[in-house]
Design a protein around this ligand. Structure first.
Ligand code: HCB
Length: 215
């Protein structure tokens, strides 16, 4: 099986909600030397995007999206075990990460967490539908370097802007860098609300986090 065929099989496993096929494709991927990151980003995540489009087009309904999301979470957990652990000796930085309040989407946030951890960052996950105060409290508690938020809905993106203001009000905005992500976010949105970085995907989140640490 070629690399592309394996990635297609991973993507189809999410669309078809077929965990067994996904597990088989992961095994083949490992055998063929595919990296865990490409299996997650170019295989499984691509399938989740297709699911999103099918939902938007009315081809499938919410229960099917929920089943695909659950298959996605299970398969990411399997692939995650193949990611080599980051250098434990010295932390690359402390990051508070969460999905903003009002928003339960956490698949992407969890992938970002996995890759950050694999690259040596200490991640403090405040969860999904996380009250904005919990980002602030955790950032203070652990003396965070970066506060990273995820928002998947146009209605909850606004909370990323509120978080910026709350960090200022709490007097810690000058001590932390901020990063945002999630499907509706853009560079333009990041600039508009004054965050330090926007990452389109989990690999970029690692690159941006490294850049923020070097600033
Ligand atoms: Co949901 N949902 N959903 N949903 N959902 C979306 C997001 C819509 C776009 C679908 C649509 O209508 N077209 C839509 C939002 C519309 C909008 O506001 N513009 C929507 C809606 C409306 C809803 C409900 C309101 C539906 C309802 O109940 N009627 C409800 C929300 C309830 C709530 O939050 N209060 C809902 C529920 C669900 C679930 C539960 C069925 C399920 C989520 C399960 C879970 O996450 N545990 C779900 C899903 C799966 C989706 C879609 C299909 C996929 C999202 C996903 O997982 N993508 C999504 C459609 C879409 O996005 N196109 C749809 C795959 C991941 C890997 O991508 O973008 O999340 P990602 O993350 C990337 C990237 O953005 C970046 O890295 C990640 C990895 O590469 N990144 C960061 C993410 N966070 C970052 C943070 C950083 O700091 C840096 C980078």
């Amino acid at each position: 099986m070629t690399r592309d065929e394996i990635l297609t099989k991973l993507s189809e496993a999410i669309v078809d909600n077929d965990e067994d096929a996904g597990l088989e494709a992961i095994e083949q991927g490992i055998k063929e030397g595919l990296s865990p990151v490409e299996m997650i980003e170019q295989g499984l995540s691509a399938g989740m995007l297709d699911v999103g489009e099918m939902f938007e087009d009315g081809e499938i309904f919410l229960p099917q999206v929920m089943m695909a999301a659950s298959t996605m979470a299970n398969l990411v957990e399997v692939v995650q075990k193949e990611i080599p652990e980051g250098e434990k000796a010295e932390s690359a930085g402390k990051i508070v990460l969460g999905t903003v309040e009002g928003d339960v989407h956490d698949i992407g946030k969890n992938i970002v967490k996995v890759l950050l951890q694999a690259n040596g960052f200490e991640v403090y996950d405040v969860g999904r539908d996380a009250p904005l105060e919990s980002f602030i409290e955790k950032a203070k508690e652990v003396d965070a370097d970066i506060v990273a938020s995820s928002a998947l809905m146009t209605g909850t993106m606004q909370f990323q802007a509120t978080l910026e203001e709350m960090l200022k009000d709490a007097g810690i905005r000058d001590r932390v860098k901020t990063m945002i992500g999630g499907a509706p976010c853009t560079d333009h949105w990041a600039a508009k609300i004054g965050t330090d970085a926007y990452a389109e995907n989990a690999s970029e989140a690692v690159t941006k986090a490294r850049e923020l640490m070097a600033m």
